[in-house]
Design a protein around this ligand. Structure first.
Ligand code: AOF
Ligand code: ZN
Length: 391
């Protein structure tokens, strides 16, 4: 594709958008190339449109681009309308390549199907089917209006790869959970227990902050909260989140010091999960420090993570990026509650006194379900690989 593509902003680790699956429809290389472009355009909505999907659209006529658009802001024009609004000339007879089936509902904005019909678009090629609800069925509506429709080109798994939280939301009430870990060559997250270790370099740090921007919440366990004393805000990278992610800590004893860096920042709610029957005085202390405190039941090895997720969704959180430590991340993986793993890998060794990234234990065969979602991407000395759990 053209040189402009690489400069597009995109979620960390999202590499080549060309799916590895076979297309349902036999399309030309040119058609597939425009669909790739639509995916890339859509990715620029990272951090700005969730929980709605990232969607891109290219309007093409006679092999020339009339306009490119994408869903830029939650509640704003959808990708298709954004592209239509950016054409310098009429769009009669054009083909619209869209990364998601155009919506046929009047939601926050009028239906995209109507806009495409009004604009005189002759053909619509869309990558994946809308997962349903009132927005779904746009392909059939366009067809009924006499437009040539090619889509869905790709199976649902492709849509999920691009917009995992959006597809997740259509399937379950529970928040989408992704685990992010920075790991040394020898699979460690710290050189020594209780000591904060810079595992990856500055490029990875920027990417990690950009990653945070696309989630409703960023979560750590209490040991990480103490040892790393993180702020969990978005301070680096070029994505400014529409809503600063909530900052979550699992702290069963409710004993995090109110001098923690978390409490000094005002950006993003602080939500803590403590065990039921934790000391009332400690709960009040945390609340005075500016925290929302949720008591949840205890399960084997820590707080009941299912209860943590349910309490999260009750407070409006639909996606969580768990940044460690290793034990909490392992629990999410072992219990089958994480859908994605963002692995930031350093080429350096931390040594035999270090802390394991994956202490487990893991159910037999669990790792066999995890596959790279995209090609690994190099960030300075480090490599980021995004893994997804196969359905
Ligand atoms: C988007 N952006 O570019 C497209 C979407 O909440 P609303 O009214 O903006 O509608 C959101 C629904 O519209 C969404 O669930 C999806 O099904 C459909 N398509 N949504 O936010 C877009 N094309
Ligand atoms: Zn729409």
């Amino acid at each position: 594709m053209g040189s402009g593509v690489s400069s597009l902003l995109r979620p960390p680790g999202h590499g080549d958008p060309r799916p590895r699956e076979r297309p349902f429809i036999d399309l030309s290389d040119e058609d597939l190339g425009w669909l790739d472009r639509a995916f890339l355009l859509g990715r620029q909505g990272w951090g700005r449109v969730h929980p709605n999907p990232m969607v891109g659209c290219v309007l093409v006529r006679g092999g020339c681009v009339l306009a490119e658009g994408w869903h830029r802001e939650f509640g704003g024009p959808h990708g298709e309308v954004d592209a239509l609004e950016r054409t310098g000339e009429d769009t009669v007879g054009a083909t619209a390549y869209v990364s998601l089936e155009p919506c046929r509902h009047r939601g926050k904005t009028p239906a995209c199907t109507d806009a495409l019909v009004r604009a005189g678009v002759e053909r619509v090629v869309y990558a994946v089917a809308d997962p349903g609800g009132s927005a779904g069925g746009g392909g059939a509506a366009l067809d009924a209006a006499g437009i040539r429709v090619d889509g869905p080109v790709w199976p649902v798994a492709v849509g999920r790869r691009e917009n995992p939280m959006f597809f997740h939301k259509h399937e379950t009430e529970r928040p989408f959970v992704a685990v992010k870990l920075a790991v040394s060559l020898d699979g460690l997250i710290a050189a020594v227990p209780g000591q904060q270790t810079a595992v990856t370099g500055p490029e990875a740090l920027r990417a990690a902050h950009e990653l945070r921007a696309g989630f409703d919440a960023v979560m750590v366990g209490s040991v990480t909260a103490r040892v790393d004393n993180p702020r969990l805000t978005v301070r680096a990278g070029s994505v400014i989140p529409r809503v600063p992610p909530a900052r979550m800590v699992l702290d069963s004893e409710a004993s995090l010091a109110e001098t923690s860096a978390l409490f000094r920042e005002r950006e993003g709610r602080v939500i803590m999960f403590v065990r039921e029957n934790a000391q009332q005085a400690e709960l009040e202390r945390l609340e005075r420090a500016g925290t929302e405190v949720h008591p949840v039941p205890v399960a084997q090895g820590g707080l009941d993570l299912g209860a943590v997720l349910d309490a999260s969704s009750e407070t409006g959180i639909r996606s969580i990026l768990c940044e460690g430590g290793g034990r909490l991340a392992s629990s999410f993986l072992a219990e089958g509650m994480a859908c994605r793993l963002y692995l930031f890998q350093s080429p350096y060794v931390l040594g035999s006194a270090g802390v394991s990234a994956f202490p487990g234990p893991f159910p037999e065969g669990m790792w066999g379900q995890w596959v790279p979602a995209f090609d690994p991407e190099r960030l300075g000395d480090d490599v980021i690989t995004v893994y997804e759990r196969e359905a």
